[in-house]
Design a protein around this ligand. Structure first.
Ligand SMILES: [Zn+2]
Length: 101
């Protein structure tokens, strides 16, 4: 069910109503009983979306940077451990091979 936003033309409160598409639009302000107008997408909606986008982008950018830092340090640790392990294994097998010969 879509949410409709209404703004009172008299006291200027903005309120939301869950309504089915076919439901009759609200005409009266619940506070003062004056005429209300439905806010559809256009002005307020786009403005809200725009600022939301900006905030999301900003946050995700810093989040990505942090995540990358984590990844890099993790990867460095991982490769460090791996190469250590493999090199020690190699030297072990080498020394073992040498001992066998
Ligand atoms: Zn009102």
């Amino acid at each position: 069910m879509p949410t409709y936003e209404y703004e009172c033309q008299s006291c200027e409160i903005v309120f939301e109503r869950f309504q089915s598409m076919s439901a009759a639009p609200i005409r009266k302000c619940p506070e003062c009983g004056a005429k209300v107008k439905r806010l559809i997408g256009a002005g307020a909606g786009i403005l809200f979306k725009g600022s939301g986008f900006y905030q999301t982008d900003y946050r995700s950018a810093s989040y990505k940077t942090d995540a990358n830092k984590d990844k890099q340090s993790k990867a460095a640790k991982d490769t460090g451990t791996k190469s250590e392990t493999s090199s020690s294994k190699k030297s072990e097998s080498k020394s073992a091979a040498t001992a066998e010969k």
